[in-house]
Design a binder for this molecule. Structure first.
Ligand SMILES: Cc1cc2nc3c(=O)[nH]c(=O)nc-3n(C[C@H](O)[C@H](O)[C@H](O)COP(=O)(O)O)c2cc1C
Length: 376
């Protein structure tokens, strides 16, 4: 299987971005002394101190131990989250699910749980602490029907009493800080972020991550950071801004607009495990790291594939297909490569396809960089 690429048509930016980047490349937000000073101290999540203000979000089907290893290479001090873990499934399982596995030296790490029943969540939280969780995060933002129809995820926005009970029960069950991640409301007509956040704070959360979209929005439209600013003003515990953080500029802009205590990266990291580290570096130094070259990104894709196959076997290869496609962006011919990567059956096949491209584009493109600026 061969891949043809046109070296005259190299573009620096993904042509397949579904939405324009929030901040055009020409807009550069600088790190003002005030912002630098405000974020120079550790992020305090109850008793846990984190030396970075940039967090890697929980992403179901993505943020497994392998992905987190890659992100951590560039952002060793950042807080990372497991994929969300079902407290109900955990209750019935004898063996711990793979989504709950963390590397023994992986710090700081939060295990995210979902369900509607406080006692199931408390039981799951104890197991998560045994696994090494530094904090327990409760998912109150997932929009997926399968989760919300059972009263979990974002449907808790409609049941603040139960959401508060969950936080109280889990906080009593474990000694590590309990945090929550939620959205600004159920729908455009039902935005209750401030009231809901205050309720969770009274119940004992030690940090809140707020995704600036409603449940009805899913992942569409732009995140409304103004609600994050309002919630930040209303709470004493740290508030982390989430939604549309696809670049260093977006992170700085968001931190300025919201005055949040940190930012959490999500879709911006798909096929781009460099993002959390890039933002962290900028916040600490005021300097931009050079973006990875296309060759570096494709080498990272190869490594990701090998690691996933080692960790999960055949299912790791199936899972790697989407990751490979996310990496194959930013040069003409990438679409053809993506199409082939989406069907790989083995590590050799995937690495071979990537190697062909690397061989063709090196050394001409070794210096061509690609910085992700928009959604996958
Ligand atoms: C593939 C995918 C999986 C996700 N899985 C989770 C999850 O397990 N737990 C969670 O709290 N949010 C999850 N989210 C939501 C993200 O963490 C984040 O809140 C959302 O994508 C908004 O940020 P963004 O606009 O920067 O992508 C997921 C999002 C995506 C796209």
């Amino acid at each position: 299987m061969s891949v043809s690429i046109n070296l005259d048509q190299v573009s620096h930016h993904s042509s397949s971005a579904k939405h324009p980047p929030r901040s055009p490349l020409t807009t550069h937000y600088s790190l003002t002394p005030a912002l630098k000073a405000r974020l120079a101290t550790p992020l305090k999540i109850g008793t846990v101190e984190v030396q970075s203000r940039v967090l890697q979000s929980p992403l179901s089907g993505v943020t497994d131990l392998v992905f987190r290893r890659l992100v951590r290479r560039y952002a060793p001090q950042s807080m990372m989250y497991t994929e969300m873990v079902s407290a109900a499934e955990l209750h019935h399982m004898r063996k711990l699910p793979k989504v709950m596995e963390v590397d023994p030296d992986e710090r700081p790490i939060s295990i995210q749980l979902f369900d509607r029943r406080p006692e199931f969540l408390a039981e799951a939280a104890k197991k998560a602490v045994d696994q090494g969780a530094d904090t327990i995060d409760i998912n109150m933002g997932c929009p997926v029907n399968k989760i919300t129809k059972n009263g979990g995820g974002s449907s808790l926005l409609k049941d603040p009493d139960n959401a508060a009970r969950i936080i109280e029960t889990v906080s009593t069950a474990v000694s590590v800080p309990v945090t929550a991640k939620t959205r600004i409301g159920w729908s455009e007509n039902d935005i209750n972020a401030v009231k809901f956040a205050r309720r969770l704070e009274s119940a004992g959360i030690q940090m809140l991550t707020l995704h600036g979209r409603t449940r009805s929005q899913g992942y569409n439209g732009t995140a409304d950071w103004s609600w994050i600013a309002k919630v930040k003003q209303a709470l004493s515990v740290p508030v982390i801004a989430n939604g549309d953080i696809f670049s260093v500029d977006a992170a700085i802009n968001c931190l300025e607009q919201t005055q949040a205590d940190g930012v959490m990266c999500s879709r911006g990291t798909l096929g781009y495990p460099f993002l959390v580290g890039e933002i962290d570096h900028f916040l600490k130094t005021g300097k931009h790291l050079p973006p990875p070259t296309i060759v570096e990104r494709l080498r990272c894709a190869q490594e990701h594939l090998v690691m996933l196959a080692e960790y999960k076997g055949k299912s790791g290869i199936r899972q790697a297909r989407k990751h490979m496609a996310w990496y194959a962006k930013g040069f003409d011919g990438a679409a053809e490569l993506r199409e082939k990567l989406c069907r790989i059956e083995s590590v050799e096949e995937g690495c071979g396809l990537l190697e062909q491209v690397i061989t063709v584009i090196s050394p001409q493109l070794c210096s061509h960089s690609y910085r992700k600026t928009a959604i996958v």
